[in-house]
Design a protein around this ligand. Structure first.
Ligand code: HEC
Ligand SMILES: [Cu+2]
Length: 316
């Protein structure tokens, strides 16, 4: 199935068909307009050709308001249809549904690391259940990559120093191509893999068959003490850093007076570049962990910090 050359990838996600429909509309409009122009060039060249050596033009037409309006208005309407349709689809494709399963994906020259919500890890393979919304949060260890699953019609760049995401819901069990779609060095063309969409029961069995790794939260909890985060971040009254309990999704007041939402991107920045945004009332003593921690481990720390419950009667 996957080795044959295919002009058209399979339709295997909820919005794949709608993406195709818009694509065919754009192609059809372009082909029809191009054909019209080609035919008219040919017809006019024949119809108005010079018939004798000394033939003079009878009259020249300069401008025609009706025509001008027609050939401006029709393309405008067609373009607006494409635009509105595109915007509608864009929001559908990029909206993250509630309760989506969150996978972490790290691009690295030249492979994809995938981590399941339950902790299973894969390289260049990704198993997902069908009929379940999936969200990928993606990071890069080195250069710009791009995560592309043609059968699901999803693609997004994976950028160093920043999180990007993708969501999809597979609809058809099968094995699909996974590509890096951004030239990223010598072995870019080898940065390929497979996505296995499975019936939910099969997915559960697959999970059960693998080695039971620690979950992202467990790994994060382990790192939190291994990297000594807990020596500064705790609920104790004399803690040197702000307590992180129950902080995820809330707003932080910075030393600059600015307010910022504590989300994945902010936590990542706090770990690799703590000096950029200081929390109000705290000295700049947090060491940077840049280069000492992998993107996967940053994901794990974030998962752990997300689960920290707010504690009443704490220092904060
Ligand atoms: C030497 C003490 C120290 C260590 C070790 C430390 N931090 Fe911090 N951290 C701080 C201080 C102080 C702040 C507040 C000032 C700032 O923003 O840099 C802070 C801020 C933060 C923030 C932003 C919190 C907020 O409320 O906005 C996060 C997230 C964070 N640290 C995570 C970590 C993680 C994860 C580790 C371990 C990998 C860690 N820190 C290790 C002292 C520390
Ligand atoms: Cu790549």
């Amino acid at each position: 199935m996957n080795n044959q050359f295919q002009l058209h990838p399979e339709i295997a996600s909820t919005f794949a068909f709608d993406v195709d429909l818009l694509y065919f509309f754009v192609v059809a409009v372009s082909v029809i307009c191009m054909a019209l122009i080609c035919v008219l060039i040919f017809v006019f060249a024949m119809k108005y050709r010079r018939r004798t050596e000394d033939q003079q033009a009878e009259s020249q037409t300069h401008g025609h308001l009706g025509l001008e309006i027609t050939w401006s208005a029709i393309p405008l309407v067609l373009m607006l249809i494409m635009f509105a349709w595109g915007v509608w689809l864009f929001f559908r494709v990029y909206q993250i549904p509630d309760g989506a399963m969150e996978y972490y994906v790290v691009g690295k020259q030249w492979m994809w690391h995938v981590q399941h919500p339950t902790g299973q890890r894969e390289i260049n393979e990704m198993h997902v259940p069908i009929n379940t919304p999936v969200k990928l949060t993606m990071a890069s260890e080195d250069v710009i990559h791009s995560f592309f699953i043609p059968a699901f019609r999803v693609k997004n760049d994976v950028i160093p120093g920043r999180y990007t995401s993708l969501t999809f819901e597979a609809t058809k069990p099968g094995k699909y191509h996974l590509f890096c779609a951004e030239y990223c060095g010598t072995e870019h063309s080898m940065m390929v893999g497979s996505v296995y969409a499975m019936e939910p029961e099969d997915y559960q069995n697959w999970l059960g068959g693998g080695v039971a790794d620690e979950t992202p939260e467990e790994a994060g909890a382990r790192l939190f003490s291994q990297l000594n985060c807990d020596t500064c971040h705790s609920d104790q009254a004399n803690a040197r850093g702000p307590s992180l309990n129950g902080k995820f999704g809330t707003e932080e007041v910075l030393a600059s007076g600015e307010r910022i939402l504590i989300d994945e991107a902010y936590i990542r920045e706090s770990i690799v570049n703590p000096r950029i945004r200081l929390v109000a009332g705290y000295p700049s003593i947090m060491p940077t962990y840049q280069g000492q921690i992998t993107e996967t481990n940053i994901f794990n720390l974030i998962s752990y910090i997300k689960t920290l419950p707010s504690t009443e009667g704490g220092a904060q």
